[in-house]
Design a protein around this ligand. Structure first.
Ligand code: NAD
Length: 358
C-alpha cells in the first residue's frame, strides 16, 4: 500500500518517525500505529478503537494523539518516547479476541519501538489478547492497575499550584472549583481530594444518579451538563471531553483558571491566547494529566515503584510552575510555552544534549 503524500503534509505529521498502516482481512483489523519519537526510549501510548467517519479522520486522530504523547512523556521527563495507535472499529459483529491478537502482531512488527496500552474503547482484557502475539503491551489486568487515581493526584497537585500562582491562595479552603465529568474515573478521585482540601465544589456529569450521590457525599452543588461553562468559580476543572474550550464556550467562562484532566481541552491552539486575553490562567493538559502514564511505567520496568511515581508527580508540579511563571513573565500563552519546551527537549534529546531520565 502506498502512503499518500498528504500524510507527510498533515499538520500533525511533525516528523513522525514511523506510521504503520496495518490490515488483517481475516479479523477485519484496520489499524494505524504512529511512532512520533523514540529519542528517549520506546514510544509508549494507548490504542484507541473508534467508529471513525472516514480513514482520514483516523489518520488525523492518531497523528495528533501520538505527537501529544511525545510531548506528555518528555514533559514528565520519562525514559520513553511517544506514540499511539487507533483501530477503526469493524462494522457489525467481530471476534474481539482475534482482532486484538492481529493488532498485537502489528505492534510486534515494530520490534519494540512502540509499546501499546489501552485508551478509549479498549480494555485491559483486550491488551491481554494482544499480549498473546506481542510482549510490547502494558496496561494488563495484572499490571499496575487503573491509572486514574494517579492521574487525579497529579491534577490535584496541579490545581493547588494554579490556586497559588493565579489566585494567590496557599490552600484550597473555600476555593470555588467547577468540575466537569465529576463521576468519571479521574473526576471522582479528584473531587475526593478537592473536598478533603476544603474546596467549594460545583459538579456536573451526564450520569445524573451518580452525580447526585457524589455531590451528597462531598457536600457539593451540582449543575446541568450545559450550565457548567456559566458557573462563577475560581477554577474550572474539565475532566470529561476534549475541545471544550472553544469559540462557543470561551466567552461564557467566569473563572480565573482552567486546570483539569481531559486531553486536548483547547479546540485550537489559538484558544490559549484567547484565554490569556481574558486573564484566565491555563494549566496545559498534557502536563497536568501525565500521572496515568507515570503510573504505567511500573509495568515497563520494576525500578519505577510507588516512591518513584510520587517523586515524578512532584516533578510535574515543578514543570507546571516553570510554564506558568514563563507565561506570566513573557506575557505569552501557557500552551505555546509548554509546546516549545516539549519540542526543545525532544530536539535536545535527539542531539544527545538531554541527559537520560531516571
Ligand atoms: P471517564 O469516561 O471515566 O470519565 C468521563 C466522565 O465524563 C464520565 O463520568 C462521563 O459521564 C462524563 N461526561 C461525558 N460527557 C460529558 C458531558 N458532556 N458533560 C459532563 N460530563 C460528561 O474517563 P476518565 O478516564 O475519567 O478520563 C477523563 C478525561 O481525562 C478524558 O479526557 C481522558 O482522556 C483524560 N485522561 C484520563 C487519564 C486516566 O488516567 N484515566 C489520564 C490522562 C487523561
Amino acid at each position: 500500500m502506498s502512503v499518500p503524500a498528504s500524510v507527510f503534509e498533515h499538520p500533525a505529521f511533525d516528523n513522525h518517525e514511523k506510521v504503520l498502516f496495518a490490515t488483517d482481512p481475516a479479523t477485519g483489523l484496520q489499524a494505524i500505529l504512529a511512532v512520533h519519537s523514540t529519542v528517549r526510549g520506546p514510544a509508549v501510548g494507548g490504542c484507541r478503537m473508534w467508529s471513525y467517519d472516514s480513514p482520514a479522520d483516523a489518520v488525523t486522530d492518531v497523528l495528533r494523539l501520538s505527537q501529544g504523547m511525545s510531548y506528555k512523556n518528555i514533559m514528565a521527563d520519562l525514559p520513553i518516547g511517544g506514540g499511539k495507535s487507533v483501530i477503526i472499529k469493524p462494522k457489525g459483529d467481530f471476534d474481539r479476541d482475534a482482532l486484538f491478537q492481529a493488532f498485537g502482531r502489528a505492534v510486534d512488527s515494530l520490534g519494540g519501538h512502540y509499546i501499546s496500552a489501552e485508551d478509549v474503547g479498549v480494555s485491559p482484557a483486550d491488551m491481554l489478547s494482544a499480549r498473546r502475539t506481542t510482549r510490547h503491551v502494558v496496561g494488563l489486568p495484572d499490571g499496575t492497575g487503573d491509572p486514574s487515581p494517579t492521574t487525579a493526584k497529579g491534577v490535584f497537585l496541579g490545581i493547588q499550584l494554579v490556586a497559588e500562582k493565579a489566585l494567590g491562595k496557599s490552600s484550597l479552603e473555600g476555593v470555588k472549583i467547577a468540575v466537569q465529568g465529576a463521576t468519571g474515573h479521574v473526576g471522582s478521585y479528584l473531587c475526593e481530594h478537592l473536598a478533603k482540601a476544603g474546596a467549594d465544589l460545583t459538579l456536573t456529569d451526564i450520569h445524573e444518579d451518580a452525580l447526585q450521590a457524589l455531590a451528597a457525599k462531598l457536600g457539593a452543588k451540582t449543575v446541568g451538563k450545559d450550565d457548567i461553562y456559566d458557573v462563577e468559580a475560581d477554577i474550572f476543572a474539565p475532566c470529561a471531553l476534549g475541545s471544550i474550550i472553544n469559540e462557543k464556550t470561551i466567552d461564557r467562562l467566569k473563572v480565573r483558571a482552567i486546570a483539569g484532566a481531559a486531553n486536548n481541552q483547547l479546540a485550537t491552539r489559538e484558544m490559549g491566547a484567547e484565554l490569556m486575553k481574558r486573564k484566565v490562567a491555563y494549566a496545559p493538559d498534557y502536563v497536568i494529566n501525565a500521572g496515568g502514564i507515570i503510573n504505567i511505567m511500573g509495568e515497563i520496568d520494576s525500578r519505577f515503584d510507588k516512591k518513584w511515581v510520587e517523586g515524578k508527580l512532584q516533578g510535574l508540579k515543578a514543570t507546571l510552575a516553570e510554564i506558568l511563571d514563563t507565561a506570566e513573565n513573557e506575557g505569552r500563552p501557557a500552551n505555546l510555552i509548554a509546546d516549545e519546551i516539549a519540542r526543545q527537549r525532544i530536539e535536545d534529546a535527539r542531539a544527545g544534549k538531554l541527559q537520560a531520565a531516571e
